[in-house]
Design a binder for this molecule. Structure first.
Ligand SMILES: Cc1ncc(COP(=O)(O)O)c(C=O)c1O
Length: 336
């Protein structure tokens, strides 16, 4: 089976498993797991942030960030396609007691002008705008990459208005590699960053939250409250360290593979539209009247797993475990 449902489906490689087996371990809740400490320090220094915190999932790192940056009642401003809005089970309300102000834009991206208009005036009737959240790359936007100049403008505005800026960077290394950005410059505009190790980077589990020492100190408390403190989790951190050292540059291959699939799909008469392919996510829309459910079922019978994105939309995600299956994949797609 060729699994294009997500880049979360990857299995740890033999080399990654070896690194996990050899990891020195401690108790991370007590703060003495050497492999966790090494991973947190390594990630923080790579991205030019003061500190980092290893957590079980990207949902948790996003939710902790939202909690630490806010003080209910208030609101978080984000795009209408955001993961924090769609796919985190309403956690913004549940964990932080905030309302969500959705703004539009282009495939998950918005401008500083749009943020400025969205920020509420200081008036008791309105929830206080406390946080802006950016998703780069944007999953539901088809792996779209933000313009870094616009991010800097948003960051400047947030500073002026005393509002925090968070990055849901589940796939930020896809954006960094595709745009050949400097990682520290990429990370600089944000007060906090959530980075997933368990997506394109190929780890079985884990996300990192990055920010100032003070922010991470508070985040550690919230991680405990949410039950996210893990004990001998250094085995997972060793996978993360392996991924940061070995699996970043190769993301370019995932992007090339997504482009090749897109080129082939473009020739198909049953495709109405394909979102521009910028990284490893390909979202396409079937012609009116063609059932997405049936198309997904036909693909499955032919050996490809994909997910629907609502209405006529289908998503393919390329990743390191399917790169050896590209020939077979292109052959199946050409005959569907
Ligand atoms: C953009 C984005 N943010 C956050 C997450 C959440 O990550 P996790 O599945 O580790 O909770 C995902 C997961 O797919 C995602 O795509």
């Amino acid at each position: 089976m060729i699994d294009l449902r997500s880049d979360t489906v990857t299995q740890p490689s033999k080399e990654m498993k070896l690194a996990m087996m050899e990891a020195p371990l401690g108790d991370d809740v007590l703060g003495d797991d050497p492999s966790i400490i090494e991973l947190e320090e390594k990630a923080a220094s790579k991205l030019g942030k003061e500190a980092a915190l290893f957590c079980p999932s990207g949902t948790m790192t996003n939710q902790i960030a939202i909690k630490v940056h806010s003080n209910a009642p208030g609101e978080v401003i984000c795009n209408e396609l955001s993961h924090i809005y769609w796919y985190e089970g309403g956690g913004v309300m549940f964990n932080s007691g905030l309302s969500v102000k959705l703004i539009g834009g282009d495939r998950g991206r918005f401008t500083a002008d749009m943020v400025e208009k969205a920020i509420n005036a200081d008036d008791v009737h309105f929830p206080e705008s406390q946080l802006v959240s950016i998703e780069n790359t944007c999953n539901k936007g088809g792996g779209s990459i933000w313009d870094q100049e616009e991010v800097k403008k948003i960051s400047k505005l947030c500073n002026q208005k005393n509002i925090s800026l968070h990055l849901d960077g589940a796939r930020m290394y896809n954006a960094i590699v595709a745009s050949q950005a400097d990682e520290k410059e990429f990370a600089a505009p944000y007060d906090s960053i959530s980075l997933c190790l368990s997506k394109g980077l190929g780890c079985p589990v884990g996300s990192l939250l990055l920010g100032s020492k003070e922010f991470i100190y508070k985040a550690r408390r919230i991680r405990k409250v949410l039950g996210g403190g893990m004990r001998q989790a250094g085995m997972l951190a060793a996978a993360g360290k392996y991924a940061l050292e070995n699996n970043i540059e190769r993301l370019q291959k995932d992007h090339q593979n997504a482009l090749s699939i897109g080129e082939l799909l473009r020739k198909k008469s049953y495709i109405k539209e394909i979102s521009p392919v910028e990284t490893n996510i390909l979202i396409f829309e079937l012609e009116d009247g063609r059932s997405a459910e049936k198309y997904i079922a036909d693909l499955k019978n032919a050996g490809i797993l994909a997910v629907g994105m609502g209405l006529q939309k289908i998503r393919f995600v390329t990743h390191l475990d399917m790169e050896g299956q590209m020939d077979e994949l292109l052959e199946i797609v050409s005959r569907t």
